[in-house]
Design a protein around this ligand. Structure first.
Ligand SMILES: [Zn+2]
Length: 360
């Protein structure tokens, strides 16, 4: 124990060699100073980005910054200790979600509230050590989101990436939709099961059409939120299926959570004034094609949506607290820290239905 009553060292899972099982070990527990807050981790989610880091695909781009590395950017937990500059409203024992899209210094984007696209991002689990450990040091209390009133703290963890990214993406449709429009959610795994819920909540009158090549993913999302129809591109002519299901209108909105071979297909199915929101990064490095002629002549919008702002992070936790979204059902498995590698492997192999969370 150290002078604040917390173990000097704690358990962690280390990425030592890319694509190899994480190695269990111990690391020093930091004593928070200044604006820092030490968190006792309750849940650490596994995201597809973690697979890219684990495989070493992003290593040349600086992620992770060093090896060995501690993964996971989706972290929930309770405050264990605070630095001497942290305001009194934050107390040991408080349940929190950690906003992972952090920044090294303020700039014009963060000043405008666009904290998702800072000039100098620094993300736990990606650039610096993350949540696959019993204690996690948050560099500044501003990244903490109050999770009081949340019953299932481990299940909250994926709301900091999966549940946040989909929220911002769905909000991009605000002001663009009419009742009875058709909106597609492409990719119905963990992300899709959040996106469908936000669509139903924010635009209750639109027709939500799910699209996935896996029947079990479609069933998984349907078990969380009702859709108005779905398309399985693996079982027939996708263009024909889209025409039939949208009664020839096409989609007024598309939320693409895959981003691998999907833009070319679904951007063609956009109606006039339709908006296509690209979210998924599964096809990192691949090129897709869109039609300049139809994009212009039909006034289509193609836009990207990247994670979410700190302000949106507060909104998402509030939706969970008020019971307006089901944050528990998208979590399809809870695993022990020593099995975190299995979770990464499951995700790489396409075996994870929803979000997987390492629980402590
Ligand atoms: Zn993520």
């Amino acid at each position: 124990m150290n002078k604040i009553g917390i173990p000097d060292r704690h358990r962690a899972a280390f990425l030592v060699d890319f694509k190899s099982p994480l190695e269990m070990g111990y690391t020093d527990t930091a004593i928070p100073v200044g604006n820092q807050v030490l968190i006792r981790v309750s849940g650490a989610g596994i995201c597809h980005s973690d697979v890219h880091v684990w495989e070493g695909i992003w290593y040349k781009g600086g992620s992770p910054g060093k090896l060995p590395h501690i993964q996971s950017h989706e972290i929930s937990g309770t405050v264990a200790a605070i630095g001497d500059s942290v305001p009194e409203r934050i107390k040991p024992g408080d349940p929190v979600l950690v906003y992972p899209w952090q920044w090294l210094e303020d700039d014009r984007y963060t000043a405008a509230g666009l904290t998702n696209v800072p000039d100098r991002p620094v993300v736990p689990g990606i650039n610096i050590d993350g949540g696959f450990q019993e204690y996690f040091l948050v560099s500044h209390y501003r990244y903490l989101v109050d999770a009081r009133g949340i019953e299932d703290l481990p299940a909250l963890a994926p709301l900091s990436c999966g549940g946040l990214t989909t929220y911002r993406a769905v909000k991009k449709l605000d002001g663009k939709l009419q009742p009875d429009d058709y909106v597609a959610v492409v990719g119905l795994g963990g992300l899709g099961s959040y996106a469908v819920q936000y669509l139903r909540l924010l635009f209750p009158q639109v027709n939500i059409i799910g699209a996935d090549i896996r029947e079990d993913s479609i069933e998984f999302a349907e078990g969380i939120c009702r859709m108005d129809g779905y398309i399985n591109p693996a079982s027939g002519d996708t263009n024909k299926a889209i025409t039939e299901i949208t009664r020839g209108h096409g989609f007024r909105g598309v939320i693409d959570l895959v981003g691998k071979g999907t833009l070319s297909i679904y951007s063609r199915a956009l109606s006039k004034e339709g908006i296509y929101v690209m979210v998924g990064l599964m096809g990192t490095g691949i090129q897709e094609s869109i039609s300049p002629f139809f994009t212009v002549s039909m006034e289509k919008t193609i836009t990207g949506s990247y994670v979410g702002t700190l302000s949106e992070q507060h909104e998402v936790v509030d939706l969970a607290r008020k019971g307006l979204i089901n944050y528990r059902k998208p979590v399809s498995s809870r695993i022990a820290l020593e099995n975190a590698s299995k979770g990464l492997q499951n995700l790489e192999d396409g075996k994870a239905l929803g979000r997987q969370v390492v629980v402590f």
